[in-house]
Write a protein that binds this ligand. Structure first.
Ligand SMILES: [Zn+2]
Ligand SMILES: [Zn+2]
Length: 182
């Protein structure tokens, strides 16, 4: 079994019917639909919560080789700020563009295919969203992060400083430094 002949799950909300296009180049179909997000639409620190709304705004167009899908997927994002570790929420809109070849056409190994007059949007959605997610998401552009000495959230304590070290080990080192100077 290779991906070309992978069985499509017709119950999946990301499997779309294309039989109306009838393999006639130039025919077009528009789909506006909200579907639940599949699992693992995420990277380490940010992603789309499973089951949350994915708003699809797609244009399916019959071309000579197959069905060309273009459009956008709008999603909710939940993650953790890479600097201050606070939970963050955001939205994103991602461009989908994928050609699904008709059976019998010549195509690369990793090509997508029309199967039984259906297409599976899942891999294209993954590529569109996951490849665009930031490796270091921030709660805001100028997030001040955490104090490297004590972990205090510097967004909430802009005047935070360590003129008075809180850790006694730091105090001992400071005392040593002072006595060395004498
Ligand atoms: Zn932050
Ligand atoms: Zn501190």
């Amino acid at each position: 079994m290779n991906s070309t002949h992978r069985h499509l799950d017709a119950r999946s909300p990301l499997v779309l019917e294309v039989h109306e296009l009838g393999r006639q180049a130039g025919r077009m179909k528009e789909i506006q639909r909200i579907v639940p997000a599949p699992a693992d639409l995420a990277i380490d620190m940010i992603g789309v919560p499973e089951g949350s709304d994915v708003e699809l705004d797609l244009r399916l167009e019959s071309v000579v080789e197959g069905v060309l899908v273009t459009g956008t997927a709008s999603v909710s994002l939940v993650g953790e700020c890479a600097r201050c570790l606070e939970r963050l929420q955001d939205t994103g809109s991602y461009t989908i563009q994928e050609l699904y070849f008709y059976p019998g056409r010549e195509a690369d190994d990793d090509a997508s295919w029309v199967q039984n007059d259906q297409i599976d949007l899942d891999p294209a959605l993954r590529d569109a969203v996951v490849l665009e997610l930031p490796f270091t998401p921030l709660c805001r552009e100028d997030c001040a992060g955490l104090c490297p000495l004590c972990g205090a959230d510097l967004n909430q304590l802009p005047d935070h400083s360590h003129s008075d070290p809180i850790d006694p080990r730091w105090q001992q080192l400071a005392d040593v430094a002072v006595s060395d100077d004498q």
